[in-house]
Structures are given as C-alpha cells and as structure tokens.
Design a protein around this ligand. Structure first.
Ligand SMILES: [Zn+2]
Length: 99
C-alpha cells in the first residue's frame, strides 16, 4: 500500500539577468513507497512539470538564469545558494521529512 498526499507550495523566482521576480503555486504530490523513501512530483495546472528549481524561464528576458526558492520557508532559513540545484533538492527533501 502506498502513501500519497498532496500539498501546495508557493515558489518565488528571481531572474538573475533582469531582476524580475515572480511567484507560482504548484501542486505537489508526495508518494511514499512504504519503506521510508519518498518522492515528490510537481504539477502545474494538473500537468506534471519539472521541479521548480530547475528549468525555470524568465518571462521577461527568457533567461534560464533563474533562482527559485519556496516562499513558505522562513526568512533566514535559507542556506547561501551558490548555484546548486542539488542543494535546493537536498533541503527540500529534508523539509519534507521534517513533516
Ligand atoms: Zn529576466
């Protein structure tokens, strides 16, 4: 039997080229495999999409040089970001496990 639940996450984006900021709310489907492992699938308008911290495109200048972070995260709770999507991923997973 699988564990599955959904939540909504607000993400904030900032373009590092033109400094545009915008946000987006994504549906997140969490699936546990019953062995303590967990996967999160992001959906935009009901369609599976890439994770918010990868593949973002600036709506203004079309740059892919975009920084993303979860808006629900408390200010000051964010580690310094170099460019690591891996870092964001790790912290995201940690946050899920903290629930
Ligand atoms: Zn831009």
């Amino acid at each position: 039997m699988q564990d599955a639940w959904s939540s909504r996450e607000a993400w904030v984006y900032e373009c590092l080229c033109c400094e545009t900021t915008w946000d987006e709310v994504l549906e997140v489907r969490h699936c546990g495999d019953g062995h303590g492992n967990e996967a999160a699938i992001y959906e935009r308008d009901g369609q599976p999409c890439t994770t918010p911290w990868t593949d973002s495109l600036c709506p203004k200048c079309q740059s892919r040089n975009v920084k993303a972070w979860a808006a629900s995260r408390k200010a000051g709770d964010m580690p310094p970001v170099r460019d690591g999507s891996d870092v964001a991923m790790v912290f995201h997973l940690r946050r899920i496990h903290a629930w």
